[in-house]
Design a protein around this ligand. Sequence first.
Ligand code: TYD
Length: 131
Amino acid sequence: MSGLVRLVDIPTHGDSRGLLSVAELGGVLPFIVRRAYWVYGTQTGVARGFHSHKTLSQLCICVKGSVRFVLSDGRSESSVTLDRPDRGLLVCPGLWHEMHDFSGDCVLMVLADAEYDEADYIRDRPGAQDA
Ligand code: TYD
């Protein structure tokens, strides 16, 4: 696995009733959550993201279905598919991310350490010249 891909296994409690996964501070969450949002109902063939952040850290959890992330730091690129609700992908500041191949039933939940701020977005893809 590339160093760009920071996956975390989310502690999960299973019993005869089913499963319950927990993301908490001091556990898999490396930050206090100040915002949560989720992406769903994504149309076939649609890709999203295409940015990095100046300061924002996020934990992305595909709680239903699947989605493929493309990650880049300008020097290397990696692809990883999220397809289980007990696994998260950490997206740290400066990491370019794109989301592709959403399944029709995909629900992608994102926990973030700051409120929405358009000024925190970097929309220029890092290129080899930045390496
Ligand atoms: P956008 O940044 O285009 O989503 P993605 O990066 O997944 O392609 O966001 C879509 C719209 O939602 C855009 O108008 C900004 C708005 N938005 C908020 O108001 N708050 C948020 O926390 C997020 C993530 C988006």
